[in-house]
Design a protein. Sequence first.
Length: 155
Amino acid sequence: MATSIDQILIGFGGEIQLNAYPKTFTIAGSKLIEVASDLHKNPAAYFDMLSCVTGVDNGVEAGTMEVIYHLYSIPLNQSLALKVILSRENPEVESLVSIWKSANWLEREVYDMFGINFKNHPDLRRILMPADWKGYPLRKDYQHEEYYRGVKIEY
């Protein structure tokens, strides 16, 4: 039996993963703002909290990366994850800062670790690594630097 959230999501196309918790909805990056805005404003869903943004590098062979947004509705006590699959060559998706202010730092973390660009982000820059750090440490093909600012890095 479809829930009211399922009814909302079906209208956007995409794919619902029922065997995941929270329920996960995979959508095209081009629909992210529209879907997120509706899930935030629709009284049947009212996802008022973006609690986490996660990046995933599926590796060079797969050629894709993912951004997963973990949403929560405090008044309705329900969770949902939105997943966007991106090309690894140019991983880019719209920022959700205009909908949830918490996206600001969360997207910066994903950018810093994976190099995924969030278009229209108000302040997209490194947040965990130094500004002059080379590469993105959580990418599967990341090459560790031997030295940083003249100091040998021990692993």
